[in-house]
Design a protein around this ligand. Sequence first.
Ligand SMILES: NC(=O)C[C@H](N)C(=O)O
Length: 488
Amino acid sequence: MSLFDHTIKELETMLHNKEITVQDLVEESYKRIEEVDGQVNAFLTLDKENALAKAKVLDEHPDATAKLFGIPGGIKDNIMTKGLRTTCASQFLDNFNDPLYDATVVEKLNNEQTIAVGKLNMDEFAMGSSNENSSYAAAKNPWNTDYVPGGSSGGSAAAVAAGEVLYSLGSDTGGSIRQPAAFCGVVGMKPTYGRVSRFGLVAFASSLDQVGPITRTVEDNARVLEVIAGHDKMDTTSANLEVPAYTEALTGDVKGLKIAVPKEYLAEGIAPEVRESVLEALKVYESLGATWEEVSIPHSKYAVAAYYLISSSEASANLARFDGVRYGVRSENADNMIDMFKKSRSEGFGPEVKRRIMLGTFALSSGYYDAYYKKAQQVRTLIKNDFDKIFEEYDVIIGPTSPTTAFKLGEKIDDPLTMYADDILTVPVNLAGVPGISIPCGFSPEGLPIGLQIIGKHFDESTVYRTAHAFEQATDYHTKRPQLGGAN
Ligand SMILES: NC(=O)C[C@H](N)C(=O)O
């Protein structure tokens, strides 16, 4: 058996009929990790002994009502897991071996009897678009290991694409779930801001961060979101709204659906093969009875600047807690207390994190606050208004997830501005707080996946899933597998 062969629902039936055991499944996951993780570096920490022990208990006490019973998954390393090392891929937290509690999302997954096999690689503190900012070895793209898997949830996307786990959790501040999902040819959902609790997610930019699932199919994705979504009294930004049954929204029917396609999303700077694939996808929707029209998000050209100002400002405040006292590896070369703070932070953070803290601190400093931070917040409102206006008339917005397919390792790492500019299609969604998914919609001539982004109204993940699912049913991109060493 290979984890590639089945969806979560199929495995559930097989487990229920006793065709396989949870132990088989979990062992299969570790076998695959052993075979291919040396090539993709998706995992930072494995939890094999505990996972196998839990699998044994589940086999002895099957629970047909648990929504993810026995399903092996992986957790991004900025999400707290009780007793399991959580580093945010930062040297600074290299010794954070024993977190005291589970994030709410992890607790919810555990309640549904899933098995976390380990923690996944990422850009340090979720800052980056290529996973090359990990303090450990960079994760790589399973479709071609000379290329990046995207970021910051690169390990989460690579692990699913490589068939190591059935699902993973990522976090998305400015594209960190959708862009790696696009680069790795898998399904990645950033839910509405407030849909999923962030209690236990190490904060990067609190007005933007959301946790969401990465899977191979839309149905699997809907099922995981059903489990992790919902109000949490431990996170006051989580919305007190009922969680719809997302899996029931997957009717395959998009007749009469009104699609908006922003002209800025197909403009100059978008690679021709990406534009082509999106236009082809729109034809698929037409054949399914949906209609589309061109619209405009006029303020999207300011989105990258506004995003990097707001997110860096919030990061400079959030990351103040890493000082070598409360958290983090303490410098051994300090003479006094102030020196110890300074040296611990200088030695502990990598270059990209330092760049953002400095940018954010500058933007918040007196005299500059109005010119930068306040202006960026005003731009944010204009972008949100652009989205609201479109959604008065249309059900979803569709475009590419990223202007290009995956780039080569090392190609952009010395050019942060180019790396930031590539976030142009994902950050407006975070600034507006609306949900967005990336699903596979084609391949470049080099065989690298292309992602289609579907954006919905606030708290309307159901329509996003229904739209994504209809396309998936009508195409076969999601059935393609990367050829890594080892049995596929
Ligand atoms: N964190 C994210 O969502 C990714 C974005 N590229 C950033 O570096 O901020």
